[in-house]
Design a binder for this molecule. Structure first.
Ligand code: ZN
Length: 388
């Protein structure tokens, strides 16, 4: 059945349309957008659904489980938080475990591109490989025994297991062999994000030169800013063309630095991610991230082994992307059109998928987030159907 939505505003890739009426065909695509036609009492804002390029799971499941059951739970949970598409993200694990996970995730990505996929579930559309080619010094919670020197042959085995679905990879550019691997990936259209890195400014610049296009959870697991050796963080903030992910939960990065990051990156190169793990959307307790144990308490996820030794190492987050968008508005005062863009259009442009994802235009799938006057997500449509 066809339907119409009327709103105060519609945010498209290039403009804001006031008082729109959006008609949606029975096949779930946008049939037309008529400006200046909604009743003047309309108070919602419509925008494209979100695209999370860094998430390990939620709703009790880790994407490395790589089963249809895990993906069904995770994808349904994400859709309930405004996400239309996402990149399931691996953490460092043994080579065998990584290969097995990549095979399973690739099967789910292929299933998600067919009509067998539940239309009310967010779709996994590529893989973010986070580790094993990272720095020991900035490994965060990634298990040290499984961290490996960058290796083109091994990467190719991973990409083969993933049936070519690795679209984004986190690499520490200062590790010997990293620049060759960055170059290898960039040449094949795989986006490289600099992260889990202790790079100096010069080493970070070499990584960009080799093809690095973004930074992974900027500020976290990264050499800190120092005014005579700005390090990778100084370069991440200063280098205009570089994209920069941020976990906007108020725990991983203080609001002052969220503001500084947004001022530095501007509305076109800042990217909101969740880095969420299995415990997102679940009661506090014990969970698994990749292959290691995580304890969740007070909205924070910590590596269980480190906790036993009295250390508090953050192990992913329990953040959802709708919350990140609302936190961003609250921390920075940025308007909804900017906050929403950081979680939809910018990641899509980084991945070279701008046309595929952010399509609030006739003929495109009606993947629409509906926000209330306070800029909070109220409802989500995927292919024209309401997600509960
Ligand atoms: Zn992560």
């Amino acid at each position: 059945m066809s339907q119409t939505l009327q709103a105060r505003r519609l945010i498209t890739a290039s403009q804001i349309i006031e008082w729109p009426t959006v008609s949606i065909s029975s096949d779930g695509t946008i049939a037309g957008i008529e400006p200046d036609s909604a009743p003047r009492t309309a108070n919602t804002t419509l925008a494209s659904t979100f695209f999370d390029i860094h998430t390990h799971g939620g709703a009790g499941h880790d994407v490395m489980e790589a089963t249809p059951e895990a993906f069904s739970k995770v994808s349904s949970f994400f859709a309930g938080h405004g996400v239309g598409q996402y990149l399931p993200t691996t953490v460092t694990a043994s080579v065998d475990k990584t290969l097995a996970s990549l095979e399973g995730i690739a099967r789910e990505i292929e299933r998600a591109s067919t009509s067998a996929w539940d239309a009310l579930h967010a779709r996994p559309i590529g893989i973010h490989l986070e580790g094993p080619f990272i720095s020991h010094a900035k490994r965060g919670v990634h298990p040290p025994a499984d961290i490996l020197p960058p290796d083109i042959g091994l990467f190719d085995r991973f990409q083969q297991a993933a049936v070519g679905h690795i679209r984004l990879i986190t690499i520490a550019p200062e590790v010997p062999g990293a620049l060759d691997l960055i170059h290898h990936c960039a040449e094949r259209g795989i986006r490289v994000s600099i992260g889990h890195t202790n790079a100096t400014a010069q080493e970070a610049r070499a990584g960009i030169e080799a093809g690095g296009r973004s930074t992974t959870h900027t500020f976290n697991a990264m050499r800190p800013l120092e005014h005579r050796e700005p390090g990778v963080l100084g370069v991440a903030l200063d280098e205009e063309a570089l994209y920069a992910e941020l976990i906007c939960d108020g725990v991983h990065v203080a609001p002052e630095l969220v503001r500084l990051w947004l001022k530095a990156k501007g509305p076109h190169h800042a990217i909101l991610v969740t880095d969420s793990m299995a415990a997102a959307g679940m009661p506090e307790g014990e969970y698994v991230l990749g292959t290691f144990a995580v304890k969740v308490a007070n909205g924070r996820a910590f590596a269980a082994d480190d906790l036993d030794q009295g250390k508090h190492t953050l192990a992913g987050s329990v953040l959802t992307l709708d919350r990140a968008v609302s936190n961003l508005q609250r921390f920075t005062g940025a308007p909804l059109e900017v906050a929403s863009r950081l979680a939809s259009r910018n990641p899509a442009i980084l991945l070279g998928l701008g046309d595929l994802i952010d399509g609030m235009e006739p003929g495109r799938p009606a993947n629409i987030n509906i926000f209330n006057e306070a800029g909070e997500l109220e409802r989500t449509l995927l292919h024209g159907k309401a997600v509960c």
